[in-house]
Design a protein around this ligand. Structure first.
Ligand code: ADP
Ligand code: MG
Length: 303
C-alpha cells in the first residue's frame, strides 16, 4: 500500500455541507428517467451490444457526467437521449413523456464544431429560434434580442458579427452552448464538448460552463472520458464499462460547491479520482502493452 492510499478519505465520505446539498437535490423533481435502456447494432459479421440495462434518473438542475473507456457506448447513449438514434430496449422519459425523436426540450453540443460557417455568431444563435418561429413565449422579444442575450451570457457580445472561422476553438464552443441554450431546453446534452481544445482553454471552458449552469435553469448531461473534468463539473458521475456498455457505479461527488480549480488537489477530489481510476483502468492488461521492438543500434542507447 502506498502512502497516497493511506492518506485519502473514502470517496463515499461526505462533509455535512455536501450531504446537505445532495439532500436538497433529492427534493427536486426528476426531469429525466432512463429505464433499462439497451442498444444492439447489427453489424455485418456480428451483433454489437453497445448498451445493456442502463438505468438512472436525473433531477432538475443536476449536473451529471457519464464517463467510461472509449467504445463503452457514451455517444450511443447521448444520441438516444437526443432522439437521433433509437434504442432496442427500455425507455427514456423526459418530464414523464417518452422520448421518441429529437425535440426542442433537448439541446446538444458535440465535440466537433457544428456552427454554420456561412452565418455570423448572431445568425448562428438565432437560427434555431427563427426556425421554430418561437421567442419562447416572451411577447415582443425578437429572436435577435433573445440571441444577443445568450451571446452576452457566454461573453461574446464583441463577436456577434464575426464568422466562425474568425473564432478560436473555445469561442466556437461557447457559441454552440449559446445556440443550444437559446431554445431553452430542459436538458443540455454535451458529448465531449471540450475534447478538441488545448488543456488551458479546456480548463477555462469548464469554469465558464459552471458559471453558465449556475445562471440558467437547465439540467446537464455531460459525456467525457477525462476524470478531472467529470469530477470538477459534476454532482454525480455515472461510470460505464465497455462490452457491453453497462453502469458500473453512480458516484456522488463529495467535493463542495462552488467549485474552484484549487479543489483539483483536495483530498475529496483525489479520493474520487482514485475510485474512478480503479473502475476505468483496473490494471494494465497485457493487451495494452506494445511489443518492444528495438529500432536503434544498441550503442546509441540513451537510458
Ligand atoms: P463511446 O462514445 O463510448 O466511445 P460509442 O457509443 O461511439 O462509444 O460506441 C459504442 C459501441 O457501439 C462501439 O463498439 C461502436 O463500435 C459501436 N457502434 C456505435 N455506433 C455504431 C453503428 N452505427 N453501427 C455499428 N456499431 C456502432
Ligand atoms: Mg464517443
Amino acid at each position: 500500500m502506498t502512502t497516497h492510499e493511506v492518506a485519502l478519505p473514502s470517496y463515499l465520505e461526505q462533509s455535512p455541507e455536501v450531504r446537505d446539498r445532495f439532500r436538497r437535490i433529492a427534493e427536486r423533481p426528476v426531469v429525466l428517467k432512463v429505464n433499462r435502456l439497451g442498444k444492439t447494432f447489427d453489424g455485418v459479421k456480428e451483433r454489437i451490444q453497445a448498451l445493456r440495462d442502463i438505468s438512472f434518473q436525473v433531477r432538475r438542475r443536476e449536473f451529471i457526467s457519464v464517463i467510461g473507456p472509449s467504445g463503452c457506448g457514451k455517444s450511443t447513449l447521448i444520441r438516444i437521449l437526443a432522439g437521433l438514434e433509437e434504442q432496442t430496449a427500455g425507455e427514456i422519459l423526459l418530464d414523464d413523456r417518452e422520448v421518441t425523436g429529437p425535440g426542442r426540450d433537448r439541446g446538444m453540443v458535440f465535440q466537433g464544431y457544428t456552427l454554420f460557417p456561412w452565418l455570423t455568431v448572431l445568425k448562428n444563435v438565432m437560427f434555431g429560434l427563427e426556425l421554430s418561429g418561437a421567442t419562447n413565449g416572451i411577447v415582443g422579444v425578437s429572436a435577435e434580442q433573445e440571441a444577443r442575450g445568450w451571446i452576452e451570457m457566454v461573453g461574446l457580445e464583441a463577436f456577434a458579427d464575426a464568422y466562425p472561422h474568425e473564432l478560436s476553438g473555445g469561442m466556437k464552443q461557447r457559441v454552440a452552448i449559446a445556440r443550444a441554450l437559446a431554445n431553452r431546453p430542459r436538458i443540455l446534452l454535451m458529448d465531449e464538448p471540450f475534447g478538441a481544445l488545448d488543456a488551458q482553454t479546456r480548463c477555462k471552458m469548464q469554469s465558464y460552463l459552471l458559471q453558465i449552469w449556475k445562471n440558467v435553469d437547465v439540467t446537464i448531461i455531460f459525456i467525457t472520458h477525462d476524470l478531472d473534468e467529470a469530477i470538477y463539473l459534476s454532482d454525480r458521475i455515472v461510470v460505464l464499462k465497455a462490452n457491453p456498455g453497462e453502469v458500473q457505479e453512480v458516484i456522488e461527488v463529495p467535493v463542495e460547491h462552488p467549485r474552484t480549480p484549487e479543489q483539483f488537489l483536495s483530498r475529496e477530489f483525489l479520493a474520487v479520482k482514485k475510485r474512478l481510476e480503479e473502475l476505468i483502468h483496473p490494471s494494465k492488461e497485457a493487451a495494452d502493452m506494445l511489443p518492444i521492438i528495438r529500432m536503434t543500434q544498441v550503442d546509441d542507447d540513451v537510458y
